[in-house]
Ligand binder design. Structure first.
Ligand code: GTP
Ligand code: MG
Length: 552
């Protein structure tokens, strides 16, 4: 019997993760798991076969329950429309219509330019030239192109109609008005097309998030990362983790259901295999979590704080990076009082640079508040640049030159602090050579540069070096081929941490409590399922889709 089941299970496309539940043959859901063991042969072979069949069965069932088709809600049943491009003058405007009546909408507002040979249905996925007309009085609104995507082979998995028009305010308003005259459709809400794509199984949550990040990407690194997520890289990585936990579950469930029927050796094998697998998965997830939050930081922008003593040139550096007079620069120490933040693109990386008040002892109340803010800001930043004036820094000790960093600045230095020694124009060439030597002996040479922001000497080398260092930390050498799921949202981190907790709990339970231990494995699989949205995420969907634009 189990061979038949296994064969049937292997044949059905529903076995592939992400398969549509409609493809699941009903007969498979009626097979009692116990029947899977009725095959002949040694208990060991039986168990192995059982494990295989059970693994497939669990995957099928979990997918069925996770993606089972719920009855369509009122809003799902309705056809929606929206402008998918910016409103205004431009080359092309695209209006999207999605839902069961998309074809009806096409019939009502598209008039083929070529003489139709009888009542030919539109050819799906083919652009056809047509006149867009008002459905009530037949007025021609524009001469454009229409393409009909037959569901489920469309973005939303429903029937979709795309109208490509000349982009102009009057044309767009006219066509949107024409659509509003049709009782079978209504305007779409923000993110509703993407939500339908998610509900139709076209995208999982990591892809939806990736799509949103892609639209919002402002730098090359953000675009690349978001494109990977939208393309399903994260989806398959998280799914592979979940599958591993489910496979581990098979051994535990097998032990619970049939442990008494096998010899001690068989029992031991099942349990030790389950524990070994759980341990491996736990380590794997912990490695992913141990990524210094680089995915999240890259997505939201690297927070870089410039700090140092007053008058060193911190605001001059901010202006140099921004290539404009963003901050006030004067020769008076204590000019900058508050934190000034700017978002910049540094070599394709999103960086939020903050200029801060110079740190020194002061009795001025306003300045001391500014200094406290500066200190907190530096402590909360991802990386920092300690900016020092070479003129003030050089201390001669017995004829030898030393770099002396003031103690109140030194205490803010961390392993992610870079040093920029400014005002090199104010020291002689001899001293400059000695500074280089001093830097080399301090061990800081890889993260310290000398320059003059006044004369622009050394600024290019500093910028290249800083960008290269940030790339090494946040992008890595080989991010495209890396198999680690790049955790780009705090939500992913939270669910992965939960999965680790459940796996650790599973490993802690003694054999007598194997039933409870098995439950922990189920929780761990569910926690990973929540990342991709396979399980129980209804509460966060509204929040996620609300941030999309209308028409996406
Ligand atoms: N000679 C010389 N002067 C510089 C250089 N960089 C900046 N300065 C001058 O140093 C003075 C202070 O520069 P700021 O950029 O305001 O210094 P700051 O660190 O922001 O100072 P506070 O806001 O007071 O903490 C200004 O007069 C600048 O023109 C440089 O490389 N060489
Ligand atoms: Mg300043």
């Amino acid at each position: 019997m189990w061979q038949t089941c296994a064969r049937q299970l292997a044949r059905t496309p529903a076995l592939k993760l992400g398969a549509r539940p409609r493809a699941l043959p009903l007969v498979l859901r009626r097979i009692p798991l116990g029947d899977l063991l009725l095959g002949s042969g040694s208990p060991r072979r039986c168990l192995a076969s059982y494990a295989r069949a059970r693994s497939q069965h669990i995957q099928v069932l979990s997918h069925f329950t996770a993606q089972g088709s719920p009855p369509l809600s009122e809003s799902q049943r309705q056809t929606i429309y929206a402008l998918s491009t910016p409103f205004g003058k431009g080359g092309v405007a695209v209006i999207r219509v999605s839902g069961p009546d998309a074809l009806k909408v096409r019939g009502a507002i598209c008039r083929p330019v070529k003489k139709a040979k009888g009542a030919e249905p539109p050819r799906p996925w083919v652009m056809e030239r047509c006149q867009i007309v008002h459905p009530v009085d037949g007025r021609v609104l524009d001469d454009g192109l229409a393409v009909y995507f037959k569901g489920p082979k469309s973005f939303t998995t429903e029937d979709v109609l795309e109208l490509h028009l000349h982009s102009g305010r009057a044309i767009i308003s006219g066509v949107l008005n024409a659509l509003s005259a049709l009782p079978c459709c209504r305007p779409a809400e923000a993110g509703e097309f993407t939500r339908r794509a998610f509900e139709g199984g076209r995208l999982d949550l990591t892809q939806v998030e990736g799509l949103k990040d892609l639209i919002n990407a402002e730098t090359e690194a953000q675009r690349r990362m978001a494109l990977e997520a939208a393309g399903g890289v994260a989806r398959s990585q998280f799914e592979s983790l979940r599958t591993k936990i489910i496979k581990c579950q098979v051994f535990v469930e097998g032990f619970i259901d049939f442990g008494e029927d096998v010899d001690e050796l068989g029992q031991e094998h099942m349990l030790s295999e389950a524990k070994k697998r759980a341990q491996d998965i736990c380590h794997e997830i912990q490695n992913h979590l141990n990524d210094n939050r680089r995915g999240e930081i890259l997505r939201s922008g690297i927070r870089l704080a410039i700090f140092g003593p007053p008058n060193a040139g911190k605001s001059s550096l901010l202006n140099f990076l921004a290539q404009r007079e963003a901050a006030i620069v004067t020769p008076i120490p204590g000019t900058t009082r508050d934190v000034l933040e700017l978002t910049l693109d540094l070599g394709g990386l999103p960086v939020i640079v903050a200029d801060t008040a110079g740190i020194r002892k002061t009795s001025d109340l306003v300045e001391s508040v500014g200094i406290e803010r500066a200190q907190n800001f530096v402590k909360g930043s991802d990386v920092s640049i300690c900016l020092l004036s070479l003129e003030d820094l050089l201390v001669r000790q017995g004829g030898k030159l030393e770099l002396k960093i003031p103690p109140n600045i030194q205490q803010l230095v961390t392993p992610t602090t870079f040093f920029l020694l400014n005002k090199s124009d104010l020291i002689g060439p001899l001293d400059q050579n000695q500074v280089k030597e001093a830097l080399t002996s301090s061990g800081f040479q890889d993260r310290a540069w000398t320059c003059s922001l006044m004369t622009n000497t050394g600024t290019k080398a500093f910028l290249d070096g800083l960008t290269r260092s940030l790339h090494n930390v946040y992008v890595g050498q080989d991010e495209i081929t890396s198999s680690a799921p790049l955790i780009t949202h705090a939500r992913h981190r939270h669910h992965l941490e939960k999965a680790v907790e459940h796996l650790q709990d599973f490993l802690r339970y003694p054999i007598e409590q194997i039933d409870i231990a098995a439950e922990e494995l189920r929780y761990a699989a569910a926690a990973i399922g929540k990342v991709s949205g396979l399980i129980d995420v209804e509460d966060m969907l509204d929040v996620l889709f609300r941030d999309f634009c209308i028409g996406k």
